[in-house]
Design a protein around this ligand. Structure first.
Ligand code: DOR
Ligand code: ZN
Length: 334
């Protein structure tokens, strides 16, 4: 197969930032093969209200009129059931939960899930999705570090699903075999997103290599194999969320580098490359363009994109942002 035409992709987890960074990255979304995306709210300050989300969406649409932006609110103590209803009426897609302190701009994150029962009930009733960064904070006394932080979060996911069985919950950017097994075992309202980079990387690829460092960190080879397996077998509750997360070069190439891998401008070529190497190119369209919208009850896209098996070098930078696999050659391009 030297050419592949698929419905344009949905990216169910994308960071587009603000100001100058947003001006660089928003116009690159469509180039990466994505026509619809879920925008993360961990801006500074966070996207806290429907009004913030609508304003942010307007700014993004002005920069990328050919992309549909699905907006999210940051789960904060001031989010009320009434605000959830207002957000639903305004077309907000979901609410993003960051446990406090686990990643970039999560200082205002959640400390106690039990405090949000009324909000989760309202979301369940209004059809808003709950998107979860599934890690617990590192804690030496409890033997928690970045390698087991996701696995330690899974009981919380199980509890939430048990209490709100009709709430659509997405465990974002899964990185472990345990998370794959857990999501598979839960009901039809629980799904997981998978990034392009977590299908490639393991611990050795980010330890000492800041540009591959992200949260949650890539784990063991057997964990990566579990991710590869679930996308190659084509499980309908595992679909694309790139977690493309741009940072300026200086913030990545510092002694304490920021977490985030920038994949958006070449997202579909990265994925075609990986799926081709894994021998499951026939599963790419379901992963990028079918399963996610079916899970969320969105109409499938009518637009298509064509990918071709033709070598393509990854640019050294987009403005001040170093992309994933910079300087390497991809087997596919669009
Ligand atoms: O690596 C990451 N970067 N993980 C996240 O959860 C946040 C993101 C960011 O915003 O930079
Ligand atoms: Zn993210």
């Amino acid at each position: 197969m030297d050419s592949l035409t698929i419905p344009i992709a949905d990216d169910f987890h994308l960071h587009l930032r603000q100001d100058a960074m947003m001006h660089v990255v928003a116009p690159l979304v469509r180039a990466g093969g994505v026509g619809r995306c879920v925008v993360m709210p961990n801006t500074t300050p966070p996207i806290a209200t429907a009004e913030d989300a609508i304003r942010y969406r307007g700014a993004l649409e002005a920069l990328a009129p050919d992309v549909e932006f699905l907006m999210t609110l940051y789960l904060l103590p001031e989010l009320t059931p009434q605000a959830v209803s207002t957000a639903a009426a305004q077309g907000v897609f979901g609410v993003k939960c960051y446990p406090k302190g686990v990643t970039t701009n999560s200082e205002s994150g959640t400390e106690d899930f039990g405090a949000y029962d009324a909000v989760f009930s309202a979301m369940e009733a209004e059809g808003l999705a709950l998107l979860i960064h599934g890690e617990v904070p590192s804690n030496a006394e409890k033997d928690v570090c970045v390698l087991n932080a996701e696995a330690r979060f899974l009981p919380e996911l199980e509890k939430l699903h048990g209490r709100f069985p009709k709430l659509r919950i997405v465990l974002e950017h899964v990185t472990t075999a345990k998370a794959v097994d857990c999501v598979k075992a839960l009901g039809s309202t629980v799904a997981a997103t998978v990034t392009a980079h977590h299908l490639d990387l393991t611990v050795d690829d980010w330890a000492g290599r800041n540009h591959n460092f992200c949260k949650p960190v890539a784990k063991y080879p057997h964990d990566r194999d579990a991710l590869r397996q679930v996308v190659c077998e084509g499980h309908p509750r595992f679909f694309l969320g790139s977690d493309s997360a741009p940072h300026p070069r200086s913030a990545k190439e510092s002694a304490c580098g920021c977490a985030g891998v920038f994949t958006s401008p070449l997202l579909l070529p990265y994925l075609a490359d990986t799926f081709d190497r894994l021998g499951c190119l026939d599963r790419l369209a379901d992963f990028t363009s079918t399963f996610g919208c079916a899970f969320h009850g969105l109409p499938p896209s009518a637009d298509t994109i064509t990918l071709e098996r033709r070598a393509q070098p990854v640019p050294a930078a987009y403005g001040d942002i170093v992309p994933y696999r910079a300087g390497q050659t991809l087997l596919w391009q669009r």
